[in-house]
Design a protein around this ligand. Structure first.
Ligand code: SAH
Length: 251
């Protein structure tokens, strides 16, 4: 059996209880070494065989899994954040399905949510934005034309932009070209939930210069949102005059 497990954003306590249990029990662990905090591996058995997939091809990963399966062993495939977001797990799942290898997926805390926690920010403020867009700037992986930042910017929703910090200037230019005003708030969270977590806040006009001074260069989330520092309407959920399934209106 193979368990694809979301490791969470970095803090070893931000893995699910189930994910941690599988890690503790695993015979074989293949972890995404470029992003998964190695501190998570401290709970693995002493005799567990641990592979860093940063140095492996898809075929090599599948070969390790196949070998473990043939020996009746349990494998954990550990991915950063939640495996469904830029995790490249579909190709791994499809390869396993083809070979008749049983697997399941344990979700994890994605870094865009760890970034919200670091910023102490709700992404969905009434009257400001009720939508969160998860996207990226094209890199070696292309992004469909209809999903270019410039096009998505038209919605003025909260946007969490992955994998793009090294292209921040282009990101800002695209957002402005798509209709965001230059004074729109933006925040960068580098290594959210890690001990070395860093936050830089600014506006579309100021952020590029600010980030240069702060030496932000890797593993960072870009959050663009009118929610950051906005005056907003109170939510209906806790409003005294608003009834819902669990509470009657008091006025
Ligand atoms: N599956 C992961 C994302 C993998 S793509 C998830 O759900 O979070 C890698 C990108 O995720 C990085 O380029 C960065 O944009 C973001 N990222 C991952 N961990 C992060 C962290 N701790 N803090 C900020 N951004 C992070």
């Amino acid at each position: 059996m193979v368990h694809i497990v979301g490791a969470g954003p970095g803090d070893p306590e931000l893995i699910t209880v189930k994910g941690r249990r599988y890690l503790e029990e695993a015979d074989v662990v293949i972890y995404a070494g470029s992003l998964v905090n190695p501190a998570l591996l401290a709970v693995c058995r002493e005799d567990a065989v641990i592979h860093n997939s940063a140095k492996m091809t898809l075929d090599e990963v599948i070969a390790v899994i196949e070998e473990a399966e043939a020996a009746g062993k349990m494998t954990v495939r550990l991915h950063t954040g939640d495996p469904a977001i830029y995790g490249a797990i579909q190709e791994q799942m499809d390869a396993m399905a083809k070979k008749g290898i049983a697997y399941d997926v344990v979700p994890g805390v994605s870094s865009f949510l760890a970034a919200a926690a670091a910023l102490r920010q709700e992404y969905t403020l009434p009257g400001i934005s009720q939508t969160v867009i998860i996207t990226r700037q094209p890199g070696r992986t292309p992004v469909p034309e209809r999903e270019q930042l410039r096009a998505l910017a038209a919605h003025q929703s909260t946007m969490c932009i992955f994998l793009s910090i090294t292209m921040l200037e282009t990101v800002v230019a695209e957002l402005i070209a798509g209709g965001y005003a230059e004074d729109t708030p933006i925040a960068i969270v580098q290594k959210a939930s890690w001990p070395e977590q860093k936050i830089v806040r600014g506006t579309l006009a100021t952020i590029v210069a600010k980030v240069e001074g702060a030496q932000i260069d890797r593993t960072a989330m870009i959050v663009v949102s009118h929610c950051l520092g906005a005056d907003y309407e109170l939510s209906r959920l806790y409003a005294p005059e608003f009834s819902h399934m669990f509470r009657k209106a008091s006025r």
